[in-house]
Design a protein around this ligand. Structure first.
Ligand code: GDP
Length: 310
């Protein structure tokens, strides 16, 4: 399945809602209040957030003021251009570091955001691209996280370094880095704990993990990505700010865009955090983690209508 098809599949709920609302604008000379309200509701339902929703509605109304008659595609293309503008600079492109090996990626975020699943899916994706990698189960607090990662690693045949329940997360990171170096791995993926993000303890643990890694290679971690659950809307953003302040984030992975968020949350999350989105989660299967592409995202949520009524 190509990238666009995967995006379309994952984002189909959101695109169906939007399509219905845009259909009601079709072929009208004047935009009706009802149609506009429907569209506003649809944009909210898809979690685009107030700023983007307002921009789309304002710009569509401007087009109606300027044109004799507006068809559905005019309105869709206005919405698309608002999204493309809002997402400018959001595409993260993962490359292996040219100056040190392995390239270390730390996945941080609150419990349930999808870190462990993302770690396994990312391992699968990189392995399918021909890279060697090792995963480190640094969420030693939640026993289930290590078990979950073990199950994924045996299913997907990925190398994994684990520690005992309750052991020092930084020690696991250290061992995993040593092992990755010994095996000449291209990437080291570290899953971390997500509990009590507001408590200093977790942030201290993450800071220690970083310090310990930097003893082995001062460029570590090359990437520190916040894994955000796209279906919790903007609720996760205050947590994100704390992670950013204390840990120094370099990018985002937005998960569960296939779920109740209906896809639009990515726009509000990016607008708020302005960190590049490297990958998005579009489901629970190993192949459901996809590199983020603005074009594929916008085309999937807002495809051109087949039926053009002018
Ligand atoms: P963690 O606590 O941050 O490590 O979160 P987990 O990786 O354990 O994920 C929490 C739940 O979210 C699990 O049931 C995952 O299967 C699910 N999940 C993770 N990513 C996605 C996604 O992209 N789409 C959907 N639908 N579910 C996801």
């Amino acid at each position: 399945m190509g990238l666009i098809s995967k995006f379309k599949d994952g984002l189909s709920r959101g695109s169906t809602i939007l399509q219905g609302a845009f259909d009601r604008l079709a072929g009208r000379k004047k935009i009706s209040e009802d149609a506009l309200l429907d569209l506003e509701e649809a944009l909210f339902a898809c979690d685009f957030g107030p700023t983007t929703t307002e921009e789309i509605l304002d710009e569509i109304q401007n087009v109606y003021k300027q044109k004799e008659a507006v068809n559905e595609d005019d309105a869709i293309s206005v919405a698309r251009s608002v999204l493309v503008r809002a997402l400018r600079g959001s595409e993260g492109k993962l490359e292996a570091s040219a100056s040190s090996k392995p390239t270390v990626i730390c996945l941080v975020g609150v419990n349930g955001s999808g870190k462990t699943t993302t770690c396994a899916k990312l391992g699968h994706l990189l392995q399918s691209d021909g890279y060697n990698l090792i995963m480190g189960a640094c969420d030693t607090f939640r026993a289930a996280a290590t078990e979950q990662l073990k199950a994924w690693s045996s299913r997907l045949r990925l190398d994994l370094i684990t520690g005992h329940h309750g052991s020092d997360a930084a020690a696991v990171a250290f061992d995993a880095h040593a092992s990755a170096e010994a095996k000449n791995a291209d990437f080291l993926l570290l899953d971390t704990a997500g509990r009590l993000h507001v408590k200093d303890h977790l942030m201290d643990e993450l800071a220690k993990l970083k310090r310990v890694l930097q003893k082995r290679d001062e460029q570590c971690p090359h990437h520190s990505w916040l894994v955000v659950d796209g279906s919790t809307g903007t609720n996760g953003l205050s947590q994100a700010r704390i992670f950013h302040e204390k840990f120094g984030l370099t990018g985002l992975v937005v998960t569960k865009l296939d779920g109740t968020s209906k896809g639009g949350a990515l726009v509000s999350i990016y607008r708020e955090l302005k960190l590049p989105v490297y990958f998005i989660g579009l489901g629970e299967k190993p192949e459901d983690l996809q590199p983020f592409s603005i074009d594929a995202y916008v085309q999937s949520l807002l495809p051109e209508s087949v039926d053009q009524t002018t």
